[in-house]
Unconditional design. Sequence first.
Length: 358
Amino acid sequence: MMLMTYSFPTMGIVIDVPNLYYIVYDILSKIPHGKITSYKEIAKALGDIKAARAVGQIVSQNKWPEKIPCYKVIHSNGSIGKYSAEGGQKRKKQLLTHEGAIIRGDKVINISEMLWSYTDMGIFPVLESLKRQQEYLAFLAQKQKPLSLHFKNIAACDIAYLDKFPEIAISCCILADFSSIKLVSISLLPLFFPYIPGYLAFREGSPILAAIENLICEKNVAPDLVILDGHGLLHPRRFGIATHIGLLLNKPSIGVAKSLLVGKVDTSKKCSFKDIFYYPVYLDGEIMGYCVEKSKRRIYVSPGYKIDVEQALSLILNLEWRNRRVPDLLAIPHDIVTRIRQSLKNYLLSSLKNKELL
């Protein structure tokens, strides 16, 4: 199954997300005898070299090493890396030697002769396609004018993960105004798209939309504004997850991220609001967001959809903040998904122990 289709009928949204696990495992199963490849080559075949770390994660999760020969994937410098199947690295060396690899220490020294390159794989560059999609949707989003509205119902979302195969995304969306929480929604979805910088919406978009749809179904109340843990315009293609979700919902949105993906913080233009400091973040010569600092901890605020930079900053600064890195409105869903994840982990560990006793 190369695509995972997520449908949200209440909102009239259908999302197709590439199943990168299936695609990578299919590539591994087709490596010819006597050939090996690297995480970097597979990432290039997918369409973005930034996916190399994600490819490594996918390969490490392989549950069928006898059918899907993940031992054939090494680092681009020749280092053979780890092997999670039985026998570990020692077994990986044996298998690679059987393929014709010459190994000295922990490196294949004849990698150039054995390399099955990305051009040999002959697959559709799916990530390149997603980049083109983002660029086109960013063009559509930028044509929308900011709305000057009173935001009565604000949705704030966050996600945690059970890091098994497949990963389970635990998403929480709370609906609130500026003084109280009205509704809380939880959703759990399996994911087959690992984290790759610049593609967060294809990983977290579906779980977030599922939680928002639960809110709408519960009380038939839609948010006026969505605040997300991720970037908006502070993105290589000016189309971070906050912009993506805002466009799909046709709702104003704001991105609040914990690390900077692109752009430069201008610390010379320091401003303050109460006990919070903020600095403009420039991207291609324009202010695309703000670095907001509280208690020496930073977050990065950028407009998502139908809202401008100054509106986004003002709304975030005027939320209630306590002694947290983010406003309370974002801290609450984070705390909820963190506790659910820990409870599920404890339950699974307890179940496994009981099974062993039986």
